[in-house]
Design a binder for this molecule. Structure first.
Ligand SMILES: Cc1cc2nc3c(=O)[nH]c(=O)nc-3n(C[C@H](O)[C@H](O)[C@H](O)COP(=O)(O)OP(=O)(O)OC[C@H]3O[C@@H](n4cnc5c(N)ncnc54)[C@H](O)[C@@H]3O)c2cc1C
Length: 450
């Protein structure tokens, strides 16, 4: 139960984090009004634009379990056991993500997952979901939240405190606080964009279903994740300008020529490629840095609204769900929103900064290093060390994806120590490193995990 004096809460944005948070808060006895700018996804087709499917991992699943929705989410999930790396030659090889049966990540459709979370939240008597309501911003001075009814027309205001803004990477609540000089925001855009393309089920049959496919090409890459209907969603990540870049792919001929040259074995999977390319949106990617995340007990930014990251570790949604789980835990411990929001920010800031950094680093790994002999050798050494010293050495990727009990910041710190260790232990051939030396270094530098 919660000990808060104020027992009602506004949540802005019924996306992945907002819908889950509404459910968790209602289970704690709070009355929640959830404002969402889109129409009810139970009645209309989801809008295009954001990624169609996502990788869900242990952190996100832990939060979904906490909310009691895993049973409904499970049928939406497809296990991905590793990266299927497609070389230019057309050869493909599976690089397993982990070395235990349960060490897999899960492909899930964004729209399906969001719809289940909204349904579960809306079923709760204490949750009122108001669709077609665009939040225009928070006015902290007057203590009002400004909204516009997109269906009926007309602007109105409601009492601000307390509001949690989960209105995503382009948060208007964050923008309104920044415009009033109350928060400092830095949006760090990547000079690479993305575009999604569909591999229909009939063609997807040619691809291994239980893998995340990557066509790494050094400066850019194509990836594909499976969907439950047998189709795959492919995503091209490529520089916005320069050569090659999205800017050089302005004609059907240029697109076909580029794919035939770079992704010859993927071409047959993508029917009407040039048409798809021309009609699907080109999305931007970036990291959002914002300080502070809360203003007293009146408003708090959470999920992408507070800390959007690039998608290369598959952790943005997982981090947003972890935010929800942490906030839920605090609901039971605080008597006022100000101390709760403050502690939330204190607990999460270092961790979300760490995953932001690791997500950026992972782009290089995915588009380039996975083909590199040194990378593969060190990965093999790291797995061998994990088998021998499971309480001290866990590869960084595994800490992030499979070990929610290890905070992101700790994964980053231990990962740096481990990278140095691998540097010292890797003598350039495929033999296992000297066992006694490895044991000594690990005991010296890596304290046992809690
Ligand atoms: C290409 C790509 C691939 C990705 N892949 C992964 C992945 O594999 N794994 C992973 O964990 N993460 C991934 N992510 C990140 C993930 O999509 C986000 O981190 C996640 O959606 C954040 O959830 P959120 O609820 O904070 O924001 P969102 O899911 O964006 O939800 C925001 C909600 O607020 C609503 N809204 C927005 N503005 C307003 C307003 N003014 N008023 C009212 N409502 C509003 C929106 O309609 C939406 O419903 C990916 C992102 C991209 C772009």
């Amino acid at each position: 139960m919660n000990a808060l004096a104020a027992r009602s809460l506004n949540i802005v944005g019924a996306g992945l984090a907002g819908a889950l948070l509404a459910l968790l808060a209602a289970r704690r006895g709070l009355s929640v009004t959830l404002y969402e700018r889109r129409a009810d996804p139970r009645q209309v087709q989801p809008e295009r634009g954001r990624s169609i499917n996502l990788a869900l991992a242990a952190r996100g699943m832990r939060a979904l379990e906490r909310a009691g929705v895993m049973e409904r989410v499970q049928p939406l999930l497809i296990p991905m056991r590793g990266r299927m790396v497609h070389e230019r030659s057309g050869q493909a090889q599976l690089q397993p993500y982990g070395q235990r049966e349960h060490e897999v990540i899960w492909s899930v459709g964004r729209a399906d997952l969001n719809r289940v979370l909204i349904e579960e939240a809306a079923r709760h008597a204490r949750v009122a979901v108001r669709f077609n309501q665009l939040c225009l911003g928070a006015d902290v001075a007057s203590g009002r939240l400004r909204l516009r009814d997109e269906a009926g027309g007309g602007e109105y205001q409601v009492e601000l405190a307390p509001t949690i803004a989960t209105d995503g990477a382009g948060s208007l609540v964050r923008a309104s606080l920044a415009a009033a000089g109350l928060v400092a925001v830095r949006e760090e855009w990547l000079d690479h964009d993305y575009k999604e393309l569909t591999v229909p089920a009939a063609r997807g049959a040619a691809l291994e279903r239980n893998a995340l496919h990557i066509w790494p090409r050094g400066g850019f890459m194509l990836i594909a994740l499976p969907n439950t209907d047998g189709s795959f969603t492919a995503t091209l990540f490529l520089a916005r300008s320069g050569s090659p870049s999205f800017a050089t792919l302005g004609s059907a001929a240029a697109v076909s020529e580029f794919f035939a040259r770079e992704f010859a074995d993927a071409m047959p999977l993508l029917p009407q490629l040039a048409q798809q390319f021309a009609s699907h949106p080109q999305g931007q990617l970036g990291t959002v840095h914002c300080t502070p995340w809360h203003l007293g007990g009146r408003v708090l930014l959470l999920g992408d609204a507070a800390h959007a990251i690039v998608p290369f570790h598959g952790q943005g949604m997982n981090a947003a769900f972890e935010d929800c789980a942490v906030l839920d835990g605090l609901l039971g411990q605080h008597a006022d929103w100000e101390s709760l929001f403050a502690q939330f920010e204190q607990l999460r800031r270092e961790n979300t900064a760490a995953i932001a950094q690791m997500a950026l680093e992972n782009y290089g790994e995915m588009r380039d290093a996975v083909l590199d002999a040194r990378f593969l050798r060190r990965k093999a050494i790291a797995m061998a060390l994990e088998r021998r010293f499971p309480d001290r050495f866990i590869p960084r990727y595994a800490m992030v994806m499979f070990h929610p009990e290890i905070p992101y910041a700790e994964a980053l710190r231990r990962g740096a120590v481990q990278a140095q260790l691998l540097e010292e232990l890797d003598d350039g051939d495929d033999r296992e490193p000297d066992a006694a030396r490895a044991a000594e270094l690990i005991r010296e530098r890596l304290p046992p995990l809690g």
